[in-house]
Design a protein around this ligand. Structure first.
Ligand SMILES: CC(C)(COP(=O)(O)OP(=O)(O)OC[C@H]1O[C@@H](n2cnc3c(N)ncnc32)[C@H](O)[C@@H]1OP(=O)(O)O)[C@@H](O)C(=O)NCCC(=O)NCCS
Length: 287
């Protein structure tokens, strides 16, 4: 497990050692649950979206905080087989797994100790429905009759420049029709959707004009009403901007970088930042 975490998932040694050490404390009940979680992946290879897994208790300090991780890691060989079967090379599989190391780091910053609170997120990775192409991740979403690409943005991987977005989307336009011709035929233009705090137009009032986040937001046509505060916006801002749990009081949020300082100025002014859904405007993105 340590080797898989260190060499394939780009995990920090602290997280890899903690996960391996905690596995020694698994009792029969936990092993059975991890086994059921693994089977839910194995029985649904190629399935869409994410599996609904229980979230570990926020204050848990035992091995249960890694249960989902164990199930995901056990499924890595299944993922590699699936990738090989559709002609996806090992380099893609490896870069995809780096997300595990990132989320372990984020978890440690958020909770002050190792664990993985979002193991369910990786049920898309190991079932073969999400891929990282350049800076962005693309997940097959929508329905079988009307599939569309969900666009996701890791924290690690450098600035979210318009050039990086353009390059990733160009890769996706080739990658998915080649690997999933039954979903993305030549006659149907691919559509890209994104649901994120990054698309909140209110950020324009607070982030500097040069901000990549603002340039990213401008590439999307917003869809539907805003999800209101506490229905996503709050939690996502706390997680992605401040790397803190949703119950952290505002006055305890860090203001160490430009993004945190800018968003904090908005919060202090009473802004309820929101998670917004948008469709990528390919014309605006440009070739
Ligand atoms: C999305 C992301 C990569 C954009 O980063 P970016 O390209 O640097 O974005 P911007 O140019 O708008 O950043 C504005 C400023 O905030 C800083 N900044 C942005 N995100 C930062 C982060 N996570 N940590 C530290 N500083 C950050 C930038 O360095 C920049 O500062 P500067 O102008 O002094 O150089 C970054 O915000 C991030 O890592 N977010 C976490 C992942 C996430 O939110 N995913 C979407 C989930 S729905």
């Amino acid at each position: 497990m340590r080797e898989l975490l260190l060499e394939w998932c780009n995990a920090d040694p602290e997280d890899a050692f903690a996960a391996a050490e905690a596995a020694r404390g698994l009792d029969d009940e936990m092993l059975a649950l991890a086994g059921r979680m693994h089977r839910s992946i194995a029985d649904d290879m190629g399935g869409r979206l994410w599996l609904r897994w229980p979230k570990p208790a926020a204050d848990g300090s035992g091995p249960e905080r890694f249960l989902g991780l164990y199930a995901v890691l056990e499924a890595v060989p299944l993922m590699l087989d699936f990738h090989r079967g559709i002609g996806v090379g090992e380099a893609y599989s490896r870069i995809l797994l780096h997300d595990v190391g990132e989320k372990l780091r984020l978890n440690r910053t958020m909770y002050g100790r190792p664990g993985l609170d979002v193991a369910f997120w990786f049920t898309a990775h190991v079932r073969g429905t999400i891929y990282q192409l350049g800076r962005l991740q693309f997940c097959i979403e929508g329905t079988a009759a009307a599939p569309r690409m969900g666009l996701h943005i890791r924290g690690e991987g450098g600035p979210l420049t318009p050039e990086a977005v353009r390059s990733s989307v160009a890769q996706a336009l080739e990658f998915f029709p080649a690997r999933f011709p039954e979903l993305f035929g030549p006659d149907e233009p691919m559509s890209f959707m994104c649901s994120s705090w990054l698309l909140d137009p209110q950020l324009r009032d607070w982030l500097p004009e040069r901000s990549n986040i603002l340039k990213f937001g401008e590439l999307f046509d917003l869809v539907g009403p805003a999800t209101y505060v506490n229905a996503g916006g709050h939690d996502d801002i706390w997680r992605f901007v401040f790397a803190r749990t949703p119950d952290t009081p505002m006055e305890e949020l860090p203001t160490a970088n430009t993004l945190q300082k800018s968003v904090m100025a908005g919060l202090k002014a009473g802004v309820a930042f929101q998670t917004r859904l948008g469709g990528l405007n390919l014309e605006r993105l440009g070739p």
